[in-house]
Design a protein around this ligand. Structure first.
Ligand SMILES: [Zn+2]
Length: 143
């Protein structure tokens, strides 16, 4: 099948395309991580290759908690891209002081509430053009 980059909704995650590829490697292993500035200690979300506070490009990886809470959410019923089934629940999840825009999986839209506890569940999406797996952060309601 011909690969149409312009139609690909997912980021290229490999080391060939981003110096933040470690984020995706860790995510595929079930860890939500971000960058911490090695100079001033500021933790960023999303991960950044340079610090917004001091402009240093030296950073280290730190894991965020695997559990967070729903800060805001919305439900999409229509207009979903081909291959997606609805309804889909999108949420801003508070994790370790950061707000992560994400998808809630296995969530009944009628039962999602603000403050609800959710657990990291990395979502495997279409592989990249070379067949490498790709991941996006997603969460499921905690038991
Ligand atoms: Zn800094």
């Amino acid at each position: 099948m011909t690969y149409f980059r312009a139609l690909d909704p997912f980021p290229l995650e490999s080391a060939d395309h981003t110096k933040l590829h470690e984020f995706y490697t860790r995510l595929g292993a079930g860890r939500l991580s971000t960058t911490r500035c090695a100079k001033c200690g500021q933790t960023a979300w999303p991960p950044r290759g340079f610090c917004a506070e001091c402009a240093s490009d030296a950073f280290e990886w730190v894991d965020l908690p695997a559990e967070g809470t729903v800060h805001a959410f919305t439900v999409q019923d229509t207009g979903l891209p081909a291959g997606f089934s609805g309804p889909r629940v999108f949420a801003v999840v508070k994790v370790g002081g950061h707000r992560v825009f994400s998808i809630l999986l296995d969530a009944d839209p009628a039962r999602v509430t603000l403050g609800q506890r959710v657990r990291l569940t990395p979502l495997a999406v279409a592989a990249d053009p070379k067949g490498n797996p790709r991941w996006l952060p997603a969460f499921t309601p905690s038991a």
